[in-house]
Design a protein around this ligand. Structure first.
Ligand SMILES: Nc1nc2c(ncn2[C@@H]2O[C@H](COP(=O)(O)OP(=O)(O)OP(=O)(O)O)[C@@H](O)[C@H]2O)c(=O)[nH]1
Length: 395
């Protein structure tokens, strides 16, 4: 799965949502004439968002959209349970927060599958246990107050402690799991707090419309990365390379790069370690100088494009890159990852250090040449580099 950068994604998502809310507040005069239209559109937008998320296999966001739908219709229409929902703000606050946390623990499995039943059962369990928690507050509080070690905690135990814990865990998961959906879940949690604690002077339908657009954006960005980023290395794929080729000027250089004897490497160390090496090589490639853009062409082959650069400039950058990779001691993780301390205490033989080399072929665009022809020439040059004994750059 393509990994998003945890800190940037979490901050970006949260910041984006705050900006949306702030703008909605600031420009109230502009949209308030359309309040009735917004209210009418809320349900279709939410249902569209749920369907869109489910279609793109983001079932957690789809389920959350359905829960927002339930909240919206409970508050907007006179349903048998509407009054109960309106009077159960504490229950709603905790239930919503726990549900978001639960979603951050789950995987995106198909919405309409047997997992839906498990999820619904879990939601039911959250509802009941929250109800039980709130109804036993008097007993818990009096017990905590009577105990001299815990009496200071008593006023905070009902909401503050659970919400703080849930918020911290969601934040932590958002930072460490490098997944856009988890970052969106964290920002949804902040929004949920703001909404339920009346920090936001915005009507529910406006908040929901904004949230739905944030979810749509999340699904779209996620899907874009799925289509254009390689799962294993996180590099742009060949599809992205073809896209770039359409916007290149007349002058550019293309390099094809292949890991030497990778089949032998896989046969010796196994496919999993081969995968780790591909990732490590990719992490070196992205540091290429002179504005080179790196793509995974397929298998153990990569492409570097130098827009507006001649082969001389590219050659220097690629020579440097080849040397860096050849001198790079790659420390390979063992199957069961150990703690940092135990890794350091293990004898060196337990840590696998491997080296690989790469062969590179480069070609610059000549007059009237198409991109495919330049790639083909770079491929021919790569073949020459292999013939020359590998671990070299050929043009
Ligand atoms: N681990 C792993 N191996 C891959 C992946 N994609 C391709 N390979 C392996 O890469 C190897 C490519 O081998 P070859 O094309 O024969 O080339 P080579 O062994 O690198 O030899 P030369 O290119 O001639 O130096 C094959 O064994 C593929 O299975 C991948 O995603 N992960």
């Amino acid at each position: 799965m393509y990994k998003f950068e945890g800190v940037k994604t979490t901050l970006g998502c949260t910041f984006g949502l705050v900006i949306c809310m702030f703008s909605a507040l600031h420009f109230q005069q502009d949209w308030q004439h359309y309040a009735a239209t917004i209210s009418q559109l809320t349900l279709p937008i939410l249902l569209f968002c749920a369907g869109f998320s489910a279609q793109f296999n983001r079932s957690r966001l789809a389920l959350i959209c359905l829960l927002w739908t339930l909240l919206f219709i409970s508050q907007s229409y006179a349903l048998p349970w509407s009054i109960w929902v309106k009077n159960s703000t504490s229950w709603l606050l905790l239930c919503g927060a726990i549900t978001l946390f639960l979603m951050s623990l789950m995987q995106d499995r198909a919405l309409f599958s047997r997992h839906l039943l498990t999820r619904l059962a879990m939601l039911g369990f959250i509802g009941l246990s929250t109800h039980f928690w709130l109804s036993s507050q008097e007993t818990i509080n009096s017990w905590l107050t009577n105990n001299k070690h815990t009496n200071l905690l008593a006023p905070y135990v009902t909401y503050h402690v659970p919400l703080f814990l849930i918020g911290s865990l969601l934040f932590w998961r958002s930072l460490t799991h490098k997944c856009l959906t988890r970052a969106t879940l964290f920002s949804s949690f902040l929004l949920w707090l703001a909404l339920q604690l009346n920090w936001l002077a915005l009507p529910l339908d406006v908040v929901i419309v904004i949230v739905a657009f944030v979810y749509l954006l999340t699904v779209s960005i996620d899907s874009y990365f799925l289509a254009y980023r390689d799962d294993l290395t996180g590099l742009p794929t060949r599809r992205a390379l073809n896209q770039l080729s359409l916007s290149l000027g007349r002058k550019y250089t293309v390099a094809m790069l292949d890991i030497d004897h990778f089949k032998k490497f896989n046969d010796t160390y196994g496919h999993d370690i081969g995968d780790q090496v591909l990732k490590l090589v990719a992490s070196k490639l992205v540091k290429v100088k002179s504005g080179g853009k790196v793509f995974r062409y397929g298998g153990e082959e990569f492409t570097v494009v130098f827009p507006s650069k001649t082969s001389d400039v590219a050659l220097d950058a690629l020579e440097q890159l080849r040397e860096d990779i050849a001198n790079y001691d790659m420390v390979i993780r063992q199957q069961n990852r150990q703690s940092k301390k135990s890794r350091q205490s293990k004898p060196p033989s337990d840590r696998k250090v491997v080296n690989v080399t790469v062969s590179i072929g480069i070609a610059s665009r000549q007059a009237k040449q198409k991109f495919e022809e330049v790639v083909k020439n770079a491929d021919v040059a790569l073949y020459r580099a292999k013939k020359k004994g590998r671990n070299n750059v050929s043009d």
